[in-house]
Design a protein around this ligand. Structure first.
Ligand code: ADP
Ligand code: GN1
Ligand code: MG
Length: 359
C-alpha cells in the first residue's frame, strides 16, 4: 500500500497520509481511501482514472473542475453549510495539474467525504431525496458558463450503441454469437423504438441539458439521517437528454434485484421507489422540464435499461474488454438481468405513466 501513499504525496494534501484501503464497487475506476494520521486533517480519495475509457484526461479533469466550482458557487449563494461534503473537491497535484501521470497510469485525488454512505438497494424515502438531488444537480448546471465537453463521445447515444452492438455481432470476436441468438433478437426487435430520443433531438423536439450521465444509485452519498450529501462520479457529466439521467436511476434504484442478479425471479420494478424518485425529481426539475420530457420519463427508464443491456452484451460479444468482470460469464449474466428488468419495466409502463402524468 506504500505505493498509494507515495502517489497521494504527489498532490497538495494536508497532513500525513498513513493508510490506504480499496473502496467502492464501480465498474470503471479504482478507488482508495487514504487516511491521514492527524485527527484534524481531512482524509482523501485516490483514484486511478481509467485511461482506456477516458482518453483525454486533461479535458476530463477540467470538466469536473468547472462542474464542481459551479455547484460550489450555487451552494454558497444559497447559504448552504458544510459545502466540502456537498460537492466533490479536486486536490491538485504539487505541479499544479489536476492529475498525476506516473508513466503508466493517471491518478487524481478528491477530498474524502466523511460519513457518506452509498447504497445498492434503497427505500422510497432515500429515492425521494435522490430525486430532489439529481433534479437540483441539473438545475445548478443549467447556466454553467464554461463549455462542458463529451468526455466519452456519443456516450448515451442509442444509435451509436446499436452500431457498436451490430459491429460486435459481425466480428464475433469471442465466438459467442451463435449461442446467444435469442438475445440478439430481443435487442433488434426494440431498436427502432429505442432510437426515438435521438430522432426527436434532431427534429428539435427534445433539448440537450447538462446531465450527470451515470446516475446509478451508488453514485450518491447519503448522510446518516438519510439526506443526500453529495452526487459523486462526475466523469460523465456532459450534454444529454434528461430521460437518460432519470432512467439510469430507475434502472439501478428501482430494481428489486441486483444489476447482475443470477436469479431472474428477483428482478422486477419497485413502483414505490419509482414514484418517490419521480416526486423528488419533479419537485426540483419540474420548473424547467418541457411536457415532452415529463411524459417520456417512463420511456427513459426503459431506454437506459435497454441501453445497458446492449452495452453489457456488446462487451460480452467483444470478449469483455470494457467493464471490470468478476467471473468469466459476468457480462452475460448482467445482460440477462438487465433484459429481465426491461421486460418488467415494459409490463409496468402504464402504471409508471400514470404516476408521472398525475403530478
Ligand atoms: P467508479 O467510476 O469506479 O464507479 P466512483 O467515482 O463512483 O468510481 O467511486 C466509487 C465509490 O466511492 C462511489 O460509489 C462512492 O461510494 C465512493 N466515493 C466516490 N467519491 C467519494 C468521495 N469524494 N468521498 C467519499 N466516497 C466517495
Ligand atoms: C459504469 O463507473 P460506474 O460503475 O458508476 C459505466 C456506466 C454504466 C454502469 C453500469 C464510464 O458506471 O455508464 O451504466 O457502469 N460508466 C462508464 O453499471 O461507462
Ligand atoms: Mg461510480
Amino acid at each position: 500500500m506504500n505505493k498509494y501513499l507515495d502517489l497521494v504525496n504527489k498532490f497538495r494534501v494536508e497532513g500525513t497520509p498513513e493508510a490506504a484501503a480499496p473502496l467502492g464497487a464501480g465498474h470503471i475506476n479504482d478507488s482508495f481511501l487514504i487516511k491521514t494520521k492527524e485527527e484534524n486533517r481531512p482524509d482523501y480519495l485516490l483514484q486511478r482514472i481509467n485511461h482506456r475509457i477516458f482518453k483525454d484526461v486533461e479535458l476530463l479533469q477540467n470538466n469536473i473542475l468547472h462542474v464542481t466550482n459551479h455547484i460550489r458557487k450555487k451552494l454558497k449563494e444559497k447559504g448552504a453549510d458544510d459545502i466540502e461534503r456537498k460537492t466533490l473537491t479536486i486536490i491538485p497535484a504539487k505541479d499544479g495539474k489536476l492529475f498525476h501521470f506516473d508513466g503508466e497510469n493517471y491518478w487524481r485525488v478528491y477530498l474524502f467525504i466523511s460519513g457518506g454512505k452509498s447504497y445498492d438497494a434503497i427505500t422510497p424515502e432515500l429515492a425521494y431525496e435522490a430525486g430532489k438531488a439529481f433534479g437540483e444537480f441539473q438545475a445548478y448546471l443549467a447556466d454553467i458558463p464554461e463549455k462542458i465537453s463529451e468526455t466519452i463521445p456519443n456516450f448515451h447515444n442509442m444509435e451509436f450503441r446499436l452500431e457498436q452492438f451490430r459491429e460486435a455481432v459481425t466480428n464475433d470476436a469471442a465466438g459467442r454469437v451463435n449461442a446467444n441468438r435469442a438475445i440478439i433478437d430481443e435487442i433488434e426487435s426494440r431498436a427502432e423504438e429505442m432510437c426515438k430520443a435521438e430522432r426527436w433531438g434532431r427534429e428539435g423536439k427534445l433539448p440537450k441539458r447538462i446531465n450527470h450521465c451515470d446516475t446509478k444509485v451508488n453514485n450518491v452519498l447519503f448522510d446518516a439521517g438519510g439526506r443526500i450529501l453529495c452526487v459523486v462520479d462526475l466523469d460523465t457529466v456532459m450534454p444529454g437528454y434528461v430521460l437518460s439521467d432519470f432512467g439510469d436511476f430507475i434502472r439501478t434504484g428501482a430494481n428489486t434485484g441486483a444489476e447482475d442478479d443470477a436469479n431472474l425471479d428477483n428482478v422486477s420494478v419497485d413502483l414505490d421507489i419509482f414514484a418517490a424518485y419521480a416526486r423528488g425529481y419533479l419537485e426540483t426539475a419540474g420548473d424547467f422540464l418541457l411536457p415532452v420530457e415529463i411524459e417520456n420519463l417512463p420511456y427513459g427508464a426503459c431506454l437506459l435499461t435497454y441501453m445497458q443491456t446492449v452495452r453489457f452484451f456488446t462487451d460480452y460479444l467483444n470478449g469483455d474488454t470494457y467493464y471490470k468482470i468478476h467471473f468469466p460469464e459476468h457480462n452475460l449474466q448482467r445482460t440477462k438481468a438487465q433484459l429481465k428488468l426491461l421486460q418488467e419495466l415494459e409490463k409496468n409502463r402504464e402504471k409508471m405513466q400514470a404516476i408521472v402524468t398525475c403530478k
